[in-house]
Write a protein that binds this ligand. Structure first.
Ligand SMILES: [Zn+2]
Length: 432
């Protein structure tokens, strides 16, 4: 397997990653570099954004709308930052929309509450019913090895349903996640939300009608209401468009988390996580450990690869340190696997058997009945390419004392917050 000469991504990373033949650096690293390029005129981009917002305000006034845009939120650090920016800095009156996928952590629920209280924005929260979630999650786990299809489908659909219902034409998303990880689009594209990427990337090519057909009637239309995209004519009538805020601002997740901790009291967790050293990202998502472990079982890499690669690209961590993180976290079977198998009425043996055909043969091989990795990033330590691709480290190191509340370091663990929702990991998820 080929691994990036700068970060830790393998060639089989999803979505498609491309390696530069000359220097062995991946498209995600190149995209990250392009964002820091001095030729990107961030001031001009901010002006474009301000223009878009003023058009949205004018439209809202014409339509007698009290809300001038929609912000889809989960309660995470990005939600906090997006709402802060639009409400406080640009004087918008956004309506917040949450799709409640029911697999919440206690800290996630507290942070969502914090967001509503601190922002003074109204929130529409559509909660999926757990009986339908169970059917959908089990079917999608069997079919494509994903038990969180409903998350992505819900958060990419419910804001459009609300936009049509309330006649609000502008939806403001956070960062274009796929671009950030593996660099599938360029900053010059100013990509907007499309129905196509919703289906192909977020929903793995499955619309609700495909679930009904392919599940042989186990899943019915009544299970799928939050995932049914409005009719084209309704979208056109309201003129709904979805923009990504990261096209207009120099996006730095760590800085945003720090700002939101200081300004709005966003809560980070203080316990050691099983699959990553990061204490501020995706902490609202209880099923993320299992979701991420599935990625490891299929492609041989997980969250520690994602998180450490991001640290390396920012110059806060060396590649060698990143490889240590991958070795420590990526192969761990999370304790919550049992929680979810119980929820899905599935045995562990049946789960592992179900995943077998999904394992990438370039990474996995079965020896004497045991699955083993054929290759991993720790086999690709130092080469001429990695030396040439190395970035200078900046003074703000991942594991410095100043960052102990943001990244878990056993030698210097974070202080406890005095709130079990943030200090203790609970194996059970919170539905509401
Ligand atoms: Zn890379």
């Amino acid at each position: 397997m080929k691994y990036c000469a700068r970060c830790l991504y393998p060639e089989n990373a999803k979505p498609t990653i491309i390696f530069d033949d000359d220097d062995g650096i991946c498209s995600g690293c190149k995209y990250h570099e392009s964002r820091q390029n001095l030729s990107v005129d961030w001031e001009q981009r901010e002006q474009m954004f301000v223009q878009l917002l003023s058009e949205a305000r004018a439209q809202a006034q014409q339509r007698n709308n009290i809300y001038d845009c929609i912000i889809p939120v989960s309660g995470g650090k990005d939600s906090h930052y997006q709402v802060y920016l639009l409400k406080e800095k640009y004087g918008m009156n956004p309506l917040l929309v949450t799709f409640n996928h029911v697999f919440n952590t206690a800290s996630g629920v507290k942070n969502l509450q914090n967001l509503v209280e601190k922002s003074g924005c109204d929130l529409v929260r559509v909660t999926a019913n757990p009986n339908s979630v169970k059917k959908i999650a089990r079917f999608m786990l069997e079919t494509v090895g994903d038990l969180t299809w409903h998350y992505h489908a819900g958060i990419r659909t419910v804001p459009f349903q609300v936009a049509v219902e309330k006649n609000i034409p502008l939806i403001v998303w956070g960062e274009h996640g796929f671009a950030e990880l593996t660099g599938v689009v360029s900053l010059e594209d100013f990509v907007e939300f499309t129905k196509w990427t919703r289906k192909e990337h977020d929903m793995r090519g499955y619309e609700p009608e495909d679930l009904i057909k392919k599940s042989g009637g186990v899943i019915s239309i009544k299970d799928l209401a939050p995932y049914v995209y409005p009719f084209d004519h309704a979208i056109e009538r309201v003129g709904v468009r979805g923009i990504y805020i990261s096209n207009f601002f120099d996006w730095n997740a760590k800085q945003h988390a720090e700002e939101m901790i200081e300004k709005w009291g966003f809560g980070t967790i203080s316990y050691k996580r099983e699959r990553s050293f990061n204490l501020y990202s995706k902490i609202e998502d209880h099923a993320n450990d299992v979701h991420d472990y599935l990625k490891y079982l299929k492609f041989g890499y997980g969250r520690a690869t994602d998180d450490a690669s991001m640290e390396i690209r920012h110059g806060r961590m060396s590649r060698e340190q990143g490889i240590d993180m991958v070795k420590q976290y990526d192969p761990i079977e999370p304790k919550t696997l049992e929680t979810y198998l119980k929820f899905l009425d599935l045995s562990k043996a049946a789960f592992y058997q179900m995943i077998e055909p999904m394992r990438d043969p370039l990474i996995w091989e079965k020896k004497k009945g045991q699955w083993q990795v054929k290759d991993c990033v720790s086999n690709h330590l130092t080469t001429m390419d990695t030396i040439a691709a190395k970035l200078d480290l900046i003074p703000d190191r991942t594991f410095s004392t100043k960052n102990r509340h943001l990244y878990y370091n056993a030698d210097n663990p974070p202080e406890k917050r005095g709130d079990p929702a943030f200090d203790e990991f609970n194996l059970k998820f919170v539905t509401l």
